[in-house]
Design a protein around this ligand. Sequence first.
Ligand SMILES: [Zn+2]
Length: 371
Amino acid sequence: MIDITSFETLDKAISLAGGEPTVLEALWDGNTTGWYLYLNLHVTIKRLFFSKKEIRYIGKISLGGDIRLFNKIVPPWPEAELAKEWGKMANEKYGLIFYFPSDKEPDSNCPRWEQRHWGIQCADCAKIIIPTDSPYLPKDICYNCYLTREFNNKIKNAEPNDNGVNLYMVKDEEYIYLGYSSSLDGFPIAPFITEIVQARREKRLVDIVTLEERDISIIKEKIEQALDQKVAVYKSAEFSPDFPQNFKRNIKRLTVEYKGNRYELIEQLCKEHSKIGSLVRALETVDNAISGDYCFNFYFKNGFNHRDDAVLRFVNFVSNGSTSISAIVQRYNGILNETEVRDTITKMEEVGCLTIEGEIVQTTDITRKLL
Ligand SMILES: [Zn+2]
């Protein structure tokens, strides 16, 4: 697969394709590393007494994986911008048609150039799509627009959204981010802290629970007790599943150390090994906190809805932490009215997630820790 990385590489690929270029098409496809655009060139080959049409695959535009989907910002899909620019240049140079049915976001349901007559226009974004045959999806819009509608409905209906807990190691003003989990159970130290953390929750809209040095020492003891029990029976049958010899050689192993002894773990294949691994990691976290004089802070949402979450994310990520009320009203135009936007902003101000000065809205430190 040739990587198209500039107009020059595209231009070279077009001239090497042979024949007279008539249509350049850019279509999305995905693999395990993410979405990419592949480019087909339709050419007419003229001979003395006949001419024939052919389609040549000439390369792909690929700028990396789907990691950007996790940065919480609407994905910008720069490869689409590049394709549009180079497509326009190819059109000017060769007079060919540049066909790019989904030029804003990835969509593998768009018709190819030759199928375009079977396509319909998405009722929301006007993109040409092959209607879905799924009985669960609307036929008149593309999948992206369907997801957008679903998401907007959650905002409109103020559906609850308390998902997500963030954990930090904290000392004075220093915050070290330890991770996010959709619920408290997802953290390796969960079995040892859930009771104490839940008991300390005040059920305010933003709940911050702190575990102090003394709590952390108790947690450490509990983790060690659990680990002592596990490693005592490490050699028992349950811990040493028998696999065929040639299979054994390819198993991924991890060696951990605990109280001066080393244990070889095959976590993917043995539940008990995976528990030891998880306990060792929990102990590491706790040891780091103790040796550095840190405490743990858990950030919970409690009574948030999709409006609150969407507005906070818009101000914090899309607007880099500061924007005007009118910009927020504008952003949710058609989904929320101005009163609903103002009510949401006021609610978020009251819980300390936003500050409002005149027309300017800014996110706070709490928001940045919470999202
Ligand atoms: Zn659409």
